[in-house]
Design a protein around this ligand. Structure first.
Ligand SMILES: [Zn+2]
Length: 389
């Protein structure tokens, strides 16, 4: 498949196989639609990307209760940076592209910014669906009628787009739409996951059919510069499991603009390493199975789901736990594993838990597990957890 950005032939990294969508929780023996999950890298853009895109209609949520939470501790700092941007004052027009910006815009409102708007999903983007998420929003933005949007809204001085660029199917059109919503001297702020550690350390939990692009500092800066944007600010904000990159870009070239690229990140996700990892994980779990431990996956978000799919350990899992009441009695996609409530864990004297939750939930779960009298062994699907395999 050609590169999504420059159309050049990409280098294939790995084809993981065919999988259903992570949020398609199912009934027993329900038939599943699967699509190819494979990664490739463009030699020109240095950009790791899904080799083939999942059909957008498959990514649309079936349930209302699926939520994704990105960490927000850094937003106070971001809001401070925004308020100090050159040319920005309390009368500047600040805007956001999706519901992901509500918390940032709320903070700015509190600070005294008066002209704030958000894209209206119905009126501006013409989304008529009841259940949709970023897969639909990004598509509608890429194809948006900008003149219609700007009939009721002023062009932005600062436009914020958190955690959506990596979902974009038509990235160039997506960025162009954002540029059209911003004043000539305005800023566009992007926030995306930093995948450099995932790519160099083979953290499979970062791979997700909804993430089309896997950015590193190098590839993010290169993409935005190639799309005519100039970088005014860049920061990698460190979080326990996945760092995020914040980049503030400007349409107008500043005089002291420099092309700053960081060197390329090594990419170690390949068949050889995946085989090695599969072998290692299987051996560790099997050791405990032989000692009559019950093997339990705790958490059924997309990271845990992908980890199971890529390491191929479904046959070693006895129990799948998720305390989200909506998921009760559903089965984990791509498996015959029924989702149960954590209260069942009391029944077992020996437990090997594979934690598939983010670091905040991990802390909470560990506190609760202290009350369980079972013998416990802990692992995590995340490479950066201290319980990593
Ligand atoms: Zn390319």
């Amino acid at each position: 498949m050609p590169c999504k950005i420059c159309n050049k032939k990409t280098r294939k990294l790995i084809n993981f196989g065919n999988f259903p969508v992570a949020h398609r929780f199912k009934k027993k023996n329900q038939k599943e639609k699967k699509s190819k999950l494979a990664l490739s890298c463009c030699p020109k853009c240095n950009l790791v990307q899904l080799e083939k895109l999942f059909p957008l209609t498959d990514l649309r949520p079936r349930f209302e209760w699926i939520n994704y939470n990105e960490p927000e501790e850094h937003l106070d700092k971001l809001v401070n940076i925004i308020s100090k941007l050159k040319g920005i004052n309390k009368n500047s027009v600040i805007s956001g592209v999706s519901y992901k910006e509500h918390t940032t815009l709320g903070r700015l409102k509190k600070k005294g910014f008066k002209n704030i708007w958000s894209l209206d999903m119905k009126k501006d983007l013409d989304i008529k669906l009841k259940k949709f998420n970023l897969e639909t929003i990004q598509d509608k933005i890429s194809n948006a009628n900008i003149n219609k949007i700007l009939k009721n809204k002023k062009k932005s001085d600062v436009l914020i787009a958190r955690h959506i660029l990596e979902h974009s199917y038509n990235t160039k059109d997506f960025i162009q739409s954002l540029k059209n919503l911003v004043n000539e001297s305005g800023y566009i702020i992007f926030e995306v996951p930093d995948c450099s550690k995932a790519l160099s350390d083979c953290d499979y939990t970062s791979i997700w059919e909804e993430h089309v692009l896997y950015f590193t500092e190098n590839s993010l800066k290169k993409l935005l510069i190639d799309q005519g944007l100039n970088i005014s600010y860049f920061e990698i904000y460190k979080y326990s499991y996945e760092n995020i990159m914040i980049i503030i870009t400007k349409i107008k070239k500043s005089k002291n603009f420099k092309k700053i690229y960081k060197k390329k990140t090594p990419i170690n996700i390949n068949w050889k390493n995946l085989k090695k990892d599969r072998f290692l994980v299987r051996n560790k779990i099997q050791k405990y199975r032989k000692e009559n431990y019950k093997i339990c996956l705790f958490g059924t978000g997309h990271s845990a789901f992908t980890y199971l799919n890529l390491t191929k350990i479904h046959d070693l899992i006895d129990i799948v736990i998720d305390d989200d009441k909506h998921k009760k009695n559903y089965y984990l996609p791509n498996s015959n594993l029924k989702i149960q409530n954590s209260s069942v864990l009391k029944k077992f004297t020996k437990l090997c838990l594979i934690l598939g939750v983010n670091s905040e939930s991990e802390k909470k779960i560990l506190l609760r597990l202290k009350k369980i009298k079972s013998k416990l062994v802990l692992y995590s699907v995340y490479k950066r957890s201290k319980y990593s395999f």
